[in-house]
Design a protein around this ligand. Structure first.
Ligand code: SF4
Length: 368
């Protein structure tokens, strides 16, 4: 058995499932922040294997899904300027704005290129000096350092035709907003492993100290997730909420200090508009004044917060906003699997590879 296979070992997974179920005498409700966890939980049938004692709720951890319709509209408006080539990660292309998507804008003549990294977008700027390249900056603390590094690189090269429309968001303010709203009762949070690799697991300790909610930071293999859920179950049985790091091979207490330093150098915190969660104070990353030359909002005189609806697809009956808050299961949406499928998505939760609706649709019926 290889090192990675050991994290998928069915016998180990079965032992962990049994241990969790032995600990849970009543019920255990856990919200996973990260869309990657939602997909792994569905893919490996963990949800069904632990039901009904353990309820696993999906959270807001899909960067594409939480991008507000107004921001998509603003990105489309940018792409319609004749001098601009818009560079974006592929997931964003089909996400609906108020009237259309980036894919729709491209069909109508906008120059929109899919890139795999911010460095690809920088290369576009070098290769197309007569074009203005605008990169859509999207993602949580996991992605933001790579965009920050690209902005620093653009300044080092004195690139004049490259800027970023930053829609980056921070995870802990969103988790606070969900708990503060009181719509969903949880015993524990499955902490996002990739985010915590940057922030450090200590950044999530507020959950135990301020909210009395356990948090177990988890990796993305089935036994990683089960190990973390076992910690959550043990905390509840002991009546002692804690923050546990169940992803020791990827996460430290203090996180990646180099990445944190890059983010602090290039970005500043700002209010951000979240689909489903509204405007959350200090939950976004705006480009710092020292790097204003690479800030598309400053360069094109755009408002700090895009104006318009945050979740336009709600008018079509889409319940993505509630799915992102853990209030509604994807199957609780009347459009799930009927009017809304991955081939014909209505909302972003069915579009994105990290979306909860896409995960539930793809893996429904899978049992460990
Ligand atoms: Fe929106 Fe489709 Fe999910 Fe319903 S199933 S919440 S319409 S994305």
């Amino acid at each position: 058995m290889t090192h990675m296979e050991s994290f998928r070992d069915p016998a180990t997974a079965r032992r962990l499932i049994d241990a969790i179920l032995r600990q849970v005498t009543g019920s255990l409700r856990v919200i996973e922040f990260c869309g990657g966890h939602t997909h792994a939980i569905m893919r490996y049938g963990l949800r069904d294997a632990l039901a009904p004692q353990v309820t696993l709720l999906s959270g807001p951890g899909c960067p594409v899904c939480v991008t507000a319709s107004a921001d998509i509209d603003q990105a489309i408006a940018l792409s319609q300027r004749p001098e601009i080539t818009l560079a974006t990660f592929g997931d964003m292309i089909r996400v609906p704005g108020t009237k259309t998507s980036l894919q729709g804008a491209r069909a109508e003549g906008s120059d929109i290129r899919v890139v795999y990294s911010a460095l690809d977008a920088l290369q576009l700027a070098r290769e197309l000096p007569a074009r203005e390249i605008v990169m859509l900056g999207i993602g949580f603390e996991t992605t933001a350092p790579t965009i920050a590094a690209a902005i620093a690189q653009a300044r080092a090269e004195s690139l004049k035709n490259w800027s970023v429309y930053s829609m980056h968001k921070l995870t802990t303010p969103a988790m606070r907003a969900i708990l503060d709203a009181g719509e969903v009762a949880v015993d524990a949070v499955l902490g996002p492993g990739h985010v915590a690799a940057i922030t450090g697991w200590e950044a999530w300790s507020f959950l135990a100290t301020e909210y009395g909610v356990s948090c177990a930071v988890a990796g993305f293999e089935p036994t990683d997730i089960l190990q973390a859920l076992l910690a959550c179950a043990q905390d509840k049985a002991a009546g002692q909420p804690r923050v546990t790091n169940s992803y020791g091979r990827g996460v430290s207490a203090e996180g990646n200090l180099v990445a944190q330093g890059l983010m602090a150098q290039v970005f500043t915190t700002a209010d951000a508009a979240w689909r489903g969660l509204g405007i959350i104070p200090d939950s976004g990353l705006a480009i710092a004044p020292e790097y204003a030359a690479f800030d598309a909002r400053a360069r094109y005189a755009l408002p700090g917060l895009a104006e318009g609806p945050l979740d336009a697809e709600a008018a079509l009956g889409c319940r993505c906003g509630e799915v992102l808050r853990g209030v509604v299961e994807p199957a609780g949406c009347p459009l799930f699997g009927t009017a809304c499928t991955p081939a014909h998505p209505v909302g972003p939760c069915m579009v994105s590879a990290e979306g909860s609706c896409a995960a539930h649709y793809r893996y429904q019926g899978v049992v460990a």
